[in-house]
Write a protein that binds this ligand. Structure first.
Ligand code: BGC
Length: 439
């Protein structure tokens, strides 16, 4: 009897222990996986140059201070203007694998995601945060589809800027204030060449977009009406006089650039200006971030002026983040957006990035001399225009062809062929010009 009880006891104990072990193993195996459970926010962007990386880290630091329990996973994809990034992010979004938020330009760039139903409306977040009170209407309109908000702007960049090395110009007797026309600008380039500056203009167009960027500014210099027609898909004649003139000017521009331009990135071109190997470079004001990390002083070491013929115009590039549908960490994604749109976040990011805050209540004491001037120019601008090179102004179906057309042009300098290709691309995309810009 005792033996029987003992046996029953042992069997019961064994069953219990087995159950505990099996239960424990099952619990371990079936527990939520760390990646689903972990308190993280994953963001994708293309900010990898010296100034860009420092700026996004400053924004992440603001987030970390506010949400210390959340780890920020940055997935940067190198390649200026996102020319590599776009090819990486699109398949992820379309496969339902979007990160918690990703860098995106305001305007047309988000349209395919909106059309495909890949983005959540964040109108209620905009209302909670009262962003409409502090973000200019021109910017708000560029992050809306239908009547809803779909993105949060972190900045306003300016595209129509010439960067110059002050010592190079001073040494050769060139006054940058006089370079308000293309004739004056090219005459200055000639003077520099004669004085021994082999390549007065620095260009770094690996990925082609930096060449497209320059052509876009020359198109703007043909006048706001022409630019407006261009972004509204109305420049469809290959013999359009202004288009041919813009391409001809770009051809002249290319005759002054460094021979290794297609092997260099945009920031390597800016480094040439910083060093004094070149006098000028046309680039968006993310270039200011490179001068910033090189400890150069605006007004002393370097300066800027509007691209000739674009005085009073402000070419817009606006970086944003959004809330993709079905993200792994929806709450952290929303909190990331809150920081992106916040005064503290923007005033940490933009002074390094070179852009101005997308908010009118920025603490301007935190911004350097270049940006103080940009803030004044933004307020006084007679016309603002959306960049096509940087995703905002024209449909992606058109924009996607631009870099190839420009890369051919930079090689063959064939004005008529480029005009034909550009206008054909506009015609091919005619159904996609859904925004009517009034600039
Ligand atoms: C982005 C900037 C970025 C630049 C160069 C632009 O398209 O808007 O934020 O710094 O590309 O990478």
């Amino acid at each position: 009897m005792i033996l029987l009880v003992k046996a029953i006891y042992l069997v019961t104990a064994a069953v219990l222990i087995t159950a505990l072990v099996v239960g424990g193993v099952a619990y371990y195996l079936l527990r939520p996986t760390p990646s689903a459970e972990a308190n993280v926010v994953e963001i994708y962007h293309w900010w990898t140059s010296g100034g860009e990386a420092k700026a996004i880290n400053a924004l992440v630091d603001v987030f970390k201070a506010k949400y210390p329990d959340v780890a920020v996973i940055q997935s940067p994809v190198a390649g200026g203007a996102g020319y590599v990034f776009q090819a990486v992010i699109k398949p992820l979004v379309l496969a339902g694998e979007a990160p918690d938020a990703f860098q995106m330009h305001a305007g047309y760039e988000g349209k395919p995601y909106y059309d495909g139903g890949y983005l959540d409306s964040i109108t209620s977040l905009w209302n909670d945060q009262k962003w409409a009170n502090v973000i200019p209407k021109v910017v708000q309109d560029m992050v809306k589809f239908g009547n809803e908000y779909y993105a949060v702007p972190v900045n306003i960049h300016r595209v129509n800027v010439v960067w110059y090395n002050k010592a190079v110009l001073t040494n050769k007797g060139i006054d940058p204030n006089t370079l308000t026309t293309w004739d004056a600008f090219f005459a200055a380039c000639d003077k520099l060449k004669t004085a021994g500056v082999a390549s007065p203009i620095a260009l770094g167009d690996s990925g082609a977009w930096a060449a497209t960027h320059v052509l876009e500014q020359i198109i703007a210099s043909e006048g706001i009406d022409f630019y407006q027609s261009w972004v509204n898909g109305k420049v469809t004649s290959a013999t359009d006089a202004k288009l041919l003139d813009a391409l001809t000017k770009f051809k002249t521009y290319l005759s002054y650039v460094n021979t290794d331009h297609s092997a260099l990135t945009w920031d390597q071109a800016i480094a040439k200006v910083i060093k004094g190997d070149a006098a000028f470079s046309v680039m968006g004001d993310w270039a200011n971030g490179e001068f910033y990390v090189a400890n150069k002083v605006y007004g002393t070491d370097y300066g800027t002026f509007p691209v000739p013929g674009t005085e009073g115009m402000y070419g817009l590039v606006i970086d944003c983040f959004q809330h993709p549908k079905g993200v792994k960490h929806p709450e952290n994604s929303l909190n990331w957006l809150k920081v992106v749109g916040s005064k503290a976040g923007q005033d940490a990011f933009n002074p390094i990035k070179g852009s101005i805050s997308a908010r009118t209540d920025a603490d301007t004491t935190k911004y350097g001399a270049y940006q103080k001037a940009a803030i004044a120019d933004f307020k006084a601008a007679t016309h603002m225009f959306p960049s096509v090179t940087h995703g905002s102004g024209a449909p992606p179906t058109f924009a996607a062809k631009l870099n190839d057309i420009m890369s051919n042009f930079v090689t063959n300098k064939d004005v008529n062929a480029a005009a034909a290709a550009l206008t054909q691309a506009t015609k091919d995309a005619s159904a996609d010009y859904t925004t009517v810009w009034s600039l």
